[in-house]
Design a protein around this ligand. Sequence first.
Ligand SMILES: *Cc1c(COP(=O)(O)O)cnc(C)c1O
Length: 360
Amino acid sequence: MSRATCATIHLDALRKNLHRIRLAAPASQVMAVVKADGYGHGLERVARAFSAADAFGVAALSDAERLRAAGEIKRIVLLSGPDEAADISRLRDLQVDIVIHHESQLRLLSEAGAGDSLRVWLKIDTGMSRLGFAASQAMEVYRWLRECRHVDPDIVCMTHFACSDEFAKNMTSAQIQRFAEALDGADCVRSMANSAAVLGWPQSHAQWIRPGGALYGLSSVEGRTGVQLGLQPAMTLSTRLIADKWIEPGTTVGYGAGFVAPQRMRLGIAAIGYGDGYPRLAGTGTPILVGGRRTGLVGRVSMDLLALDLTDLPEARVGDPVVAWGEGLPIEEVATCAGTLGYELACGITRRVRFEERDR
Ligand SMILES: *Cc1c(COP(=O)(O)O)cnc(C)c1O
């Protein structure tokens, strides 16, 4: 029998989440962010599910190539490129929009040979201190781009939020204001909002929103699951129980022998571990479903296996389905136990895991 570990991708959930996001920002166009292989859900697959989006956002030129190879004709935005001269002609061939965030890229544009004009998104840094021109340079660069013969005059100006998932903090309002001031007088189309800003900062919606995580049912808001934000989980990571046993009090479990049974316990062993992308830092008590019922991990997660507590699940049998996260168990709960975000878990599924699609 092949290994039971499987990531089921719920196409209907992807579509419904996109619809939910559209309703939250009805006046905005939607760039569905599909970087990191569609947040681990599979790039081509999610692009098909997001056929109602207005554009796709990718972080790597190779992802834009994959989308075009799959026959995607929608607008695609390379969120960080171009990096070198050769990228320019490739991006022109692929008809991919570019984000211009650094003066080294202005040189690439001015040195480009004749060819189709490029659609440009100008990135302004308003507090993230990652990519983007300083607010004080924004108008100068905007005017330069308007004059550049290789650039389509319909430039979109964008910025990115550092704390839009913290609805009570005023950093986001400050960034919105800094962005408006930086572009005072420019008649450009604008884009600010990531997922959390779409949901929590309506004043940031502007002409283009750029949701990623929310489309996959993922929450970046601390203490709130995707379900609690009105989203549907788009990935269920599952496997099967492949062994069970009773252990006596004092018996140790797993690497490091860090867990010591306080009483007689029935253990189950599930065929999933960090070699599949299940987080090794998820400790004893991390929730997991066996046959749809909730129990907890016992001891350390290993590469291919983990142990869980079956003491209170007498009906559980070898072969029963085990759900690591997804339907019935929010990925955010597991992520919290591992000290991370659902985003990171979804992106971390490894190549040996089989992917299946479901469409209800
Ligand atoms: C990743 C990314 C997004 C999407 O962020 P989410 O929190 O997943 O919605 C939007 N814009 C840019 C520039 C990004 O890099």
